[in-house]
Design a protein around this ligand. Structure first.
Ligand code: FE
Length: 235
């Protein structure tokens, strides 16, 4: 009898120990399996901005068109491609902008925008080392005419690609949202034009708006991504 009692006690203790161990491990594993999900979501939000600088820098084809671009390393283009329409320079161009792919500065107001694309010839050949000089208004529709805020030039890479990091420009009287740019193939003529955003109400009232200069926009987590391929004359 005492042995049975002690056996019972032992088995009860083992059971309680198992329950005690199993409880935490189960409840622990459940939170652990759950925790990574919320934590993953929670941590994936902060890291994405942190990783954002490295992603655009290292992977130009990050936006959607990359899926189309990736395989062939050439953009969707049908030869002969139409030249990108020119557009007035406007009064706010400043020469000698700094060379930089990102015009975005910490604390800058507005929606972050990453624009990528190619510079191509009418034969759909990518143009390496083409010059792109961007300038634009800030989120309040104001240009920096004293300095070089939101102004910068860059060159396409060997595959004819460029990437601009900036903010969505604001409106100013008479104009819809737009980004100014000059594009020039090496030793080619300068194309001066502007890029527009799709679905902006002010497009309809901007007398020089051109639907042929509308970027393709995708919403990204922390901002917008856009694509636009320029077709320019090349010697
Ligand atoms: Fe302008």
């Amino acid at each position: 009898m005492p042995r049975r009692i002690s056996l019972l006690l032992v088995s009860l203790m083992i059971a309680s120990l198992l329950a005690a161990c199993g409880g935490p491990s189960l409840s622990g594993s459940t939170p652990q399996s759950d925790t990574p999900q919320p934590a993953g979501v929670a941590t994936s939000v902060p890291p994405s901005p942190q990783q954002a600088p490295t992603q655009p820098a290292s992977t130009l084809p990050a936006p959607t068109p990359s899926a189309q671009i990736e395989g062939s390393s050439t953009p969707a283009c049908t030869s002969p491609a139409a030249l990108t329409p020119p557009m007035t320079e406007g009064p706010y161009f400043t020469a000698n902008s700094p060379e930089r792919a990102s015009l975005f500065e910490p604390g800058m107001a507005g929606t972050k925008l990453v624009l990528t694309g190619y510079v191509l010839t009418t034969d759909c050949q990518p143009v390496a080392h083409a010059l792109l000089d961007f300038w634009q208004a800030n989120a309040n529709g104001e240009y920096d005419n004293a300095g070089y805020t939101l102004r910068g030039h860059q060159f396409t890479d060997a595959a004819g690609r460029y990437q601009l990091t900036t903010v969505v420009p604001g409106l100013y009287p008479g104009r819809t949202e737009h980004i100014h740019v000059k594009v020039q193939a090496p030793n080619g003529p300068v194309l001066t034009t502007q890029l527009f955003f799709p679905g902006v109400e002010s497009n309809e009232t901007d007398s020089i708006f051109d639907p042929g200069l509308v970027m393709t926009i995708q919403d990204a987590g922390a901002g917008e991504t856009a694509t636009f391929d320029f077709v320019v004359s090349a010697p």
